[in-house]
Design a protein around this ligand. Structure first.
Ligand code: ADP
Length: 402
């Protein structure tokens, strides 16, 4: 079974072709700057193997259809490809950012589903149109191949109203569906399932806190295999401090900035999404750069790191309190998997709530592997679990197709 996974953004398409027989990635790549004068295609044949080959090309890519057509040529090409014809692709799994309240499971795409995804555009105006372009193009270029939508919000749809409703007028919920949705659901689900495997427990009996720290950062509280709370909200701006996003701020900040800096709502939104977080505090959004700056004595970078980790600690504490008994805390994504300093600072005061880090195991943890980093007397285990959203999308796509 070969599954093509597509993650179509507003001006980019990330792709992976997976062979699900042995869960290997046959090809992967990224089409960037769609619609700009010069687009960029980066294609890898047999990535992360000793036969890995990378092909990079610059070319104008006017739209998603042009980009995806090039992807199809690359994965079937004699010199760049891994299959001889598109007919070898059994299904296409699409990452769709927002499923609103309409989609709580991966879904086989038909006309009604496309309309359903379109209906969520007001909730994700920057993301869902890219996903739809990916679906429409795939249907045209690979006729007859089933398409499945896997929603970033779906895993969080099990939250109870007391978790997802905001304390604002009810009419804003009923009219506009303003509520907490949460994102990164595919990653949280994958990591929680891996956590259950490490614990040798059925997923439906596993409770854990998943801590996804990448460019975007979010956390989920999972009780008996179901999400009961998550840190992102109506949009991905809420919750943890991120690379360029502020995370939680006083909601009165918008009015304050409008009054005192004469900024428009759009300008404030841009500040909070693109110029805040780690970047806003010290000028850099990559955690590796922040460590370099700290080594040079940069106090802004030091403070940015402390604010980032304190917020992680606060949310872990919140979720341990809500879960009333947890098996594990699981760190994942670029920072969560690789940055032992962030993990150490984030867990420094958690021993009182039963999660004790083994600082040696933490500092020496091998890259790219799921490992335990908690002390032997820790009631709550602490794990590093590499995420794999593409594999999870391919797995769910297969499940939908039975
Ligand atoms: P995305 O959210 O785009 O999928 P990733 O999960 O790949 O992002 O995380 C990207 C971030 O991970 C980078 O911005 C960087 O801050 C961080 N990161 C990656 N490698 C390391 C590392 N070795 N040490 C610390 N941080 C890292």
């Amino acid at each position: 079974m070969k599954i093509l996974v597509l993650n179509s953004g507003s001006s980019s398409v990330k792709y992976q072709l997976l062979d699900m027989k042995n869960q290997t990635v046959l090809a992967s790549g990224l089409v960037e700057r769609i619609g700009e004068p010069t687009g960029l295609v980066r294609h890898k044949r047999r990535p992360s193997t000793d036969q890995e080959q990378t092909f990079t090309e610059e070319m104008p890519i006017q739209d998603h259809a042009t980009g995806l057509a090039r992807v199809v040529e690359l994965i079937t090409g004699k010199d760049t490809g891994v299959i001889s014809a598109v007919s070898e692709i059994n299904a296409i799994g699409h990452r769709i950012v927002h499923g609103g309240e309409s989609f709580s499971t991966p879904t086989l795409i038909d006309e009604a589903v496309i309309e359903g995804i379109k209906a969520q555009i007001p909730l994700a105006p920057l993301h869902n149109p890219g996903g739809l372009a990916g679906i429409e193009t795939a249907q045209r270029l690979l006729p007859g191949v089933p398409n499945v939508a896997v929603f970033d919000t779906a895993f969080h749809q099990t939250m109870a109203p007391e978790a997802y409703r905001y304390a604002i007028p009810k009419s804003l919920y009923t009219e506009l569906k303003i509520r907490r949705y949460g994102f990164h659901g595919t990653s949280h689900l994958y990591v929680a399932k891996q956590c259950a495997r490490l614990l040798a427990k059925p997923f439906a009996e596993t409770s854990c806190v998943t801590v996804h720290l990448g460019n975007g950062c979010s956390m989920a509280a999972i009780k008996n295999g179901k999400c009961i709370d998550t840190s992102m909200g109506l949009t991905p701006l809420a919750g943890l401090v991120m690379g360029t996003r502020s995370g939680d701020v006083d909601p009165a900040l918008h009015a304050f900035l409008a009054d005192n800096k004469n900024l428009s709502i759009r300008e404030i939104d841009t500040i909070l999404n693109k110029q805040s977080g780690l970047k806003g505090m010290c000028g850099h959004n990559d955690m590796r750069d922040i460590h370099d700056l700290i080594a040079q004595g940069d106090e802004d970078a030091q403070l940015a790191l402390r604010v980032f980790c304190r917020r992680v600690t606060q949310y872990i504490g919140q979720y341990l309190a809500l879960l009333d008994g947890t098996d594990a805390v699981c760190f994942t994504a670029g920072i969560g998997e690789n940055d032992h300093v962030v993990r150490r600072l984030s867990c420094a005061t958690l021993s009182g709530v039963g999660a004790i880090l083994d600082t040696h195991l933490n500092a020496e943890a091998p890259r790219g592997k799921a490992v335990e980093i908690s002390a032997s007397n820790s009631r709550v285990k602490i794990f590093i679990i590499p995420t794999n959203e593409e594999l999870e999308i391919a797995t769910q796509t297969l499940e939908v197709l039975g």
